[in-house]
Ligand binder design. Sequence first.
Ligand code: MG
Length: 165
Amino acid sequence: MKDLVIKMMKDRGVKVEDIARLVVEAQNRYIPVTLEEANTIVESVFEKHEVQNAILTGLALDIAAEKGVIEEPLLSMLLTDEPLYGVDEILALSITNIYGSIAFTNYGFFDKTKPGVLAKLNKHRDKQCNTFLDDLAAAVASAACSKLAHTYRRKAGKENRETEL
Ligand code: MG
């Protein structure tokens, strides 16, 4: 399932490496992290069933909207990424919720600043419906940021009660 979800994201324009780049850019001020390490952490986020299910659900809605097989008024809301719709963000938060407050705050940062691949997804809205995809990509990046921060802290020996996320 992990490989399928990664392929689905890639086919829609988001590679693991694109998400890893978001992680490096957001975190390298605080934590020394290479693109390779970020890649590994992003891959591990894709292993979680909750993450896979959120992505499957969100992408299914983006694809169905593109095909026009959703009833109005929802169809127009999805195709225009109506700002007050908000369910795309809620689904993304189902991912960040698993990874705690660092994921939550990073998600807010990505959502506001739209760096890297997130900006690209916003520009390509005329070609495909990315209403859920951008939020899901930002959520996976935020989850990886949180996992990185907790792993780094644990390795530094500052905290020995951390459980593996
Ligand atoms: Mg969205």
